[in-house]
Design a protein around this ligand. Sequence first.
Ligand SMILES: *Cc1c(COP(=O)(O)O)cnc(C)c1O
Length: 433
Amino acid sequence: MRYRSTGGQAPLTSLRSAVLRGLAPDGGLYMPVEIARHSPEELEEFRRLPFTEVCYRVVRPFTGSELPEEVLWQIVSESINFPVRLVSLSPGLHILELFHGPTLAFKDFGARFMARLMAYFVRSETRPLTVLVATSGDTGSAVAHGFLRVPGIRVVILYPRGRISEAQEKQFTTLGENITALEVTGTFDDCQRLVKQAFSDAELNQRAFLTSANSINIARLLPQMFYHVAAYRLLPATSTPLIVAVPSGNFGNLTAGIFAKRIGMPVARFVAATNVNDAVPEYLRTGEFRPRPATATYSNAMDVGNPNNFPRLLALCRNRLDEVRREIWGHAATDEETLAAMRQIHERHHYLVDPHTAVGVLGWEAYRREHPEPSQGIVLSTAHPAKFADVVLRAVGTAPQLPERLAVYLQRPKLSLPMSAAYEEFKQFLLTR
Ligand SMILES: *Cc1c(COP(=O)(O)O)cnc(C)c1O
């Protein structure tokens, strides 16, 4: 499979180069040149085969001849060694729990797959690959756990001192081994600037082998098709149209949903469910895309003013507003609505949702009000409620119990190294450590 850039100005390239580069040289995002549909017979088989086998068959066409079969099989089976669960709140509303991985959020799928794919692609390099990530909270832990003990790769995570929660910080600063956390005296924007500057520093890039692990990497997107396939397998076969509501920030999840639809998953429509950072719902309404600075909300992993996967969404819809509208319906929720939804879902169904999932449920409910014809709703549940215990406490009056696999990190000592926001110090660190 060859990959092209959404910018249209970069040469076609291999999966290896798309994954190690991240961003195309023309500033665009990499897309497969074609997406093949599975036959109805194959889709029927997807219901019966083991999940790992199905995921393997889903991703295989995207890797083509670049990976031996047994290598891809190993990458897939190591990446999804935790379950996806479907919880039905009512006959027409199902919650797809994607948070049973090591860091309790859906990002584990993408991070684990990307780490193993990169390790394969750099296997014969003599220099270790250094993965640089700036995080404002959740990406750091998913990436750190995804790459932990992956040979040939070290990860350097930059985060702003005093600006993330202790639970978030402890999840990626206590691991040691091939994971180094840098506690930067500055803001998240400083962390991002340091990373960007490192990538554009020609001298540094000659002496060190650097790559990024942010959400525009095609290797994070491909495995996100897996859980759309999981939903298809977990629901009984039905002719009722399926609506998938996706709590969205950078729109990686929703983009992967459209990929899944293109390979044959029967989804009638996606709901782009956002908090007040509503650039995409606004685009659907007005036809104008106006990126802007992000506003802080309770669903903070979706506080994105300029969704970075938007060019991919457009490319999948041939850059046509009417096609985007056919695929996606948009809805934005406020923090007050989010809290009220968390409370209501708890009262009605005795089920706790995190604020991101609540935004998804609100999107589904709004869709249903405007489209009363029969449909089945699936809401992607992107994080475990315990990850956002303070918001849950505020909404329902009790804090969810912290799962054991998260609690253990709180006891461990933080191993991060202090770093100023000055580029020279960061560069020296990269060259000498
Ligand atoms: C990252 C994240 C999202 C947003 O996903 P995108 O693919 O960026 O749209 C939603 N919920 C949670 C909990 C997240 O961590």
